[in-house]
Design a protein around this ligand. Structure first.
Ligand SMILES: [Zn+2]
Ligand SMILES: [Zn+2]
Length: 110
């Protein structure tokens, strides 16, 4: 005997509702290392980055260096470093950390 809920088939998402893959997503799929710089230029990252720096109070989370450049046209010199690349494109707040240039270099072991 079949139960009514067993008959239900999974609905597939209509194709037209799927957003076109972004350039960096295409590059990443191809294994092109240029995907990361492309991602850093994406609107999502720029917005997320700005938000994280503001939340950090324009300070490096490691050494406490405060960026006084916050109002300058070119923007802040602080970097937003990925602690985890697991959720690139939809990062959680803990996936990134705000660092100054020095601490960022150190984070990458340079
Ligand atoms: Zn620092
Ligand atoms: Zn980094």
């Amino acid at each position: 005997m079949k139960w009514p809920w067993q008959k239900r088939t999974r609905k597939r998402t209509p194709r037209r509702n799927v957003p076109a893959p972004l350039l960096w997503e295409k590059l990443r799929k191809k294994g092109d290392p240029k995907w990361y710089p492309a991602y850093l230029r994406s609107q999502h990252w720029r917005r997320f980055r700005k938000q994280r720096i503001e939340q950090a109070g324009f300070r490096c989370s490691r050494c406490g260096y405060e960026d006084k450049n916050r109002d300058a046209k070119r923007g802040t010199r602080l970097h937003v470093h990925h602690v985890s690349y697991m959720r690139v494109g939809a990062e959680w707040n803990d996936d990134v950390v705000v660092l100054c240039v020095k601490c960022h270099k150190r984070a990458h072991g340079r």
